[in-house]
Design a protein around this ligand. Sequence first.
Ligand code: ATP
Ligand code: MG
Length: 417
Amino acid sequence: MIQLIRGFKDILPGETELWRYIEETSVSLFEDFGFQEIRVPVMERTELFQRSIGEETDIVEKEMYTFPDRKGDLITLRPEATASVVRSYIQHKMYAKDPIRKFYTIGPMFRRERPQKGRYRQFYQINAEVFGIESPLIDVQLILMLVTLFSKLLVTDIEVHMNSLGCPKCRPKFQEALAGLMLSAKDKLCKDCRRRSEKNPLRVLDCKVPSCREAMAGAPAIVDFLCPECTRHFETVKEMLEKQNIPFVIDKRMVRGLDYYTRTTFELQTGLLGAQNAVAGGGRYDNLVEALGGPAQPAIGFAIGIDRLVEIVALNKEELVKKPDVFIAALGEESMNRAFEWICGLNLEGIRADMDFSGKNLKPLMKRADKLGAEYVLIVGERELEEGSAILRNMQTKDQAVIPINSIVKNIKEKIR
Ligand code: ATP
Ligand code: MG
């Protein structure tokens, strides 16, 4: 038997209802906030990710599914969505008509990480991205949107972690301070970090190897190196979050795993998932549009990991699964033929109607109706046909009513809705 690829998974009925509920709730909320859907491909030129996410990141160094297509061009299954959305914003000159754009997109991402609970090689994200707004108020609005979504989905154990990564003006001084520490701690760093410490010291702060974490424990905080503009931006974000009654913690060590972030960064963390505690993450990427060949336009976005979110929503999966409104227990061939016409009519009228096609007798038919969780059962046999009526049984109350067969679709519809 052929099994699926390690780190990949099927999402089966019973689960898909919850996934769709989460997606539909997100879409409806994001549209209230003025976001529009954008759909971008799952494959891009490798270069797009190298230039945006950054060459020294874990994602680009180790995790991308990259291969040459048949003509030899290097292509990559997207590890994240922001790069593609930025590419699309630039390619279609969307900024020309109106630089302010708010997008959301939902879909699969691919990273070749070590599979474990909450970590897959194909996983799903809901992304939101805003272009063209410099004001810190949009940072607050985006976090408000995220927190609102989580509360709509009845997620309780969640904490907003905030940091600022500054801008190219404040970053060099911080990196200088880091470099000193790294030089003295070089022996304790992993092989990757020793290499990264020179080219991209910020990445060392994001390393998950315990010895690197230990060596970096006393590292300076980037917030202590912010330029006046970045300080003011971050102060406003914090003040406005407080005004909106959104609790948060400052996480001076959080640098995020992608190079393009600037200024405000945030992560939603939960205590419910063990090691894989990040459910959503995001931040500003004010220089990325220009770096990828577009105009200088500020931007900010976030990504929610759906695979992790489904594990922490306090929603009843069972209740989301749709059950038949009515199951027709038809006895005998003639009844079955009539029943078939009725379920077709009912389905067209938007009633969930079902029947059994194998000619069973009443007992197994009632059993099946029960198993499917049907709200009503319509019982019809030869005698009922002759008398021109059928029996409609409410499976919960056990009440039974005799209803006339002519215009039965209309009769059932009236009974049910
Ligand atoms: P982590 O620190 O757990 O590796 P990350 O910082 O790499 O997460 P992001 O790139 O910020 O994750 O992606 C946003 C969200 O996508 C994460 O918060 C997480 O919920 C989800 N996510 C990331 N990688 C995976 C994965 N391999 N499997 C499942 N979900 C993932
Ligand atoms: Mg990761």
